[in-house]
Design a protein around this ligand. Sequence first.
Ligand code: IPM
Ligand code: MG
Length: 368
Amino acid sequence: MNKQIILLPGDGIGKEIMESAKYVLNTVASEFGHRFTFHSHAIGGDAIDQYGTPLPDDTINACEQADAILLGAVGGKKWEALPGNIRPEQGLLGIRKKLGLFANLRPIQGFAPLLHASPLKEEVVNGSDILIIRELTGGLYFGKPSERIKDGKAVVDTLYYERSEMERIVEKAFESARLRRKHLTSVDKANVLESSRLWREVVNEKSKEYPDVTVEHMLVDAAAMKLITAPTQFDVIVTENLFGDILSDEASVLTGSLGMLPSASIRSDGVGLYEPVHGSAPDIAGKGIANPLGMILSAALMLRHSLQMEEEADEIEEAVRACLEQGYHTADLSVKNGKQVGTKEMTEAVVENITTKSVSDSICSTYA
Ligand code: IPM
Ligand code: MG
């Protein structure tokens, strides 16, 4: 199968970790007989430097033609003083909106060798396996007006949602819960916000179509607390854009490192953009020490959700798990009695686990 993949390395460590994802994908391609064609395009601060805009038309056009998109990270101190509409983050928000990638999936799953580094006690966090589904193209992030008013003496941001935008994300959440432990927690602020009251109505209405899924409504402040006191009680969480942004960063450290987390931003036809949850980490950019695993695991999500390559995705995830069990870790991770390595060695270790696994699989099938 020949697939066109657009690479948007972006800023900071984005370029280094994108090389890792490419190497791993090429390895998977040769093991499984696929062909991936990669094209790189600019986004974020990198695009501002080259073209004066965080999201050039050329990047949008390329993404519109792609089978799937991989993104590294955007942002950095260098561009912080720029006005709001030409900041690197606008590139990311713009591409999500342009492509209609309304569903953001952030799976939070522990890796046993990392759990001791969780800020929570191991017995609290052990066994947590959460999928956060965040609405990604509506709410406060995109509502207009969003500006200073009254000569700068006041300010307004707008929380706007269409009912249909709520329906499609809630449906996605029910479908996902059905494939997991069938428990859905809908997070809102219905004691204060009208938008949350409509959200609840939509969830209750949709739940009639999914009698096999248990639904629980939780206020966002309570959810933030519950995530750190009883994380194992969650299965799938669904929530609006801003709440999802905040809760997913909180949840990401439960399992020991933000550096491990992948994310998928998809729409109904399966087209998607895949990126690690961590940022561009400009302080360590170019030093060869960035953790490539969140990016590599994002590539696995891409294979699963956009390219229907479930077995290939499993193989990457197993290889990452194997590396950590063998003790390999980057500077941001802590593995007891482990071996600290840089970006390239970590990537090599993943590739090695993929290739040795397929060699041993073929030996097994030869002798079966
Ligand atoms: C994320 C990030 C972005 C967001 C920023 C970089 C605009 O924090 O993907 O969670 O808020 O959506
Ligand atoms: Mg965020």
